[in-house]
Design a protein around this ligand. Structure first.
Ligand SMILES: Nc1ncnc2c1ncn2[C@@H]1O[C@H](COP(=O)(O)OP(=O)(O)O)[C@@H](O)[C@H]1O
Ligand SMILES: [Mg+2]
Length: 305
């Protein structure tokens, strides 16, 4: 696997406050990497540091093959949407993109700029001045700007915060399309559901370091967040039945509640679901429905100290 970003012991201090305390991270080509952390955790600081917007305090990092002292070299391969951006407010949307495109060596035809605007959800706003754009529209044009010059590495800081759900889905789909084109995407978000859906791997930034790192599934399993399942059976299962089952199978099945013909349970692993359903059927209970409630990254996040 080709390494696109490699970071070793990266730190960043503002005065005496150390925001990044030693980040180690490798991101591979073609990955969508989700960077999460609470407000003020240092996500933007991290992005600003590795994109050369601000200077690191110590440590080293490499983007593609360029070491951080030669950050200008790597600027050609990356498209960045920082969380704040200086937009040319007096320009019309499409003129701004064409102008920025020229600066970044974008080879798109005039018509393709219109397509780009459509891709980020700005159709109809091409000729409007950026100063008349709403917050969400400004955000979208910043995302479009990050795609100019066809960069291999796309870095998006909170691309969907403040967007309406439909726009956010549009941006998520755009990220996945870019991945299909072979791009590497690093994005931050505090929407954990979104990060879960779009990311191959996730890093949780806390106390200045990456506290947890892995695929969304790995993180959920590691945290030991139980799996919630609801079963519909005849007869409806009650607390006593579950306690007996739990004993018999020698595993932790927790009775949560009974609702009409449904019973809500918690088990520890995927295997337990399989064993439990087998046992139910063998014991003569009629099993009509078994639904697994997805574990959420939120649970993982809340368990990260
Ligand atoms: N230019 C700056 N000078 C001093 N402190 C800063 C500066 N920028 C950010 N910080 C501080 O660094 C911490 C991390 O901020 P930031 O990287 O914006 O977090 P996040 O993007 O995760 O919300 C915060 O405590 C913030 O106040
Ligand atoms: Mg931020």
């Amino acid at each position: 696997m080709t390494e696109i970003i490699k970071i070793n012991q990266l730190t960043k201090r503002y005065g005496t406050t150390e925001v990044l305390k030693g980040i180690n991270l490798t991101i591979h080509q073609g990955e969508v990497f989700g960077f999460v952390g609470h407000n003020g955790a240092g996500k933007s600081t991290f992005i600003h540091t590795i994109t050369g917007i601000i200077h690191k305090s110590s440590g080293i990092f490499k983007i593609k093959d360029a070491p951080d002292e030669q950050i200008d070299k790597s600027k050609k391969v990356m498209g960045v949407m920082p969380d704040v951006s200086n937009l040319y407010e007096h320009m019309r949307g499409i003129h701004f993109l064409r102008y920025m495109g020229k600066l970044s060596g974008d080879r798109r035809s005039k018509r393709d700029y219109t397509i780009l605007m459509k891709e980020v959800g700005l159709e109809g706003a091409e000729k409007k001045k950026i100063k008349t754009y709403s917050f969400g529209m400004k955000k979208k044009i910043c995302i479009a700007q990050a795609l100019l010059g066809n960069p291999d590495l796309i870095i998006l800081d909170e691309p969907t915060s403040g967007l309406d759900p439909e726009s956010a889905i549009k941006i998520r789909n755009l990220v996945m399309r870019q991945q299909k084109l072979g791009k590497t995407i690093l994005l931050t978000s505090h929407n954990l559901d979104e990060i879960d859906k779009v990311s191959d791997r996730v890093g949780i930034l806390s106390d200045g370091v990456i506290k947890k790192l892995g695929t969304p599934r790995q993180l959920k399993e590691e945290t030991g967040v139980g799996i919630s399942i609801s079963v519909r059976t005849k007869p409806t299962l009650r607390k006593d039945d579950i306690q007996m089952l739990s004993k018999k199978l020698d595993m932790d099945v927790t009775f949560v509640e009974s609702k009409k013909e449904y019973t809500l349970l918690q088990v520890a692993s995927d295997e337990d679901i399989s064993l439990l359903s087998k046992e139910l059927i063998e014991s003569g209970v009629q099993l009509y429905e078994l639904k697994v409630e997805e574990r959420s990254l939120e649970d993982v996040f809340m368990n990260t100290k």
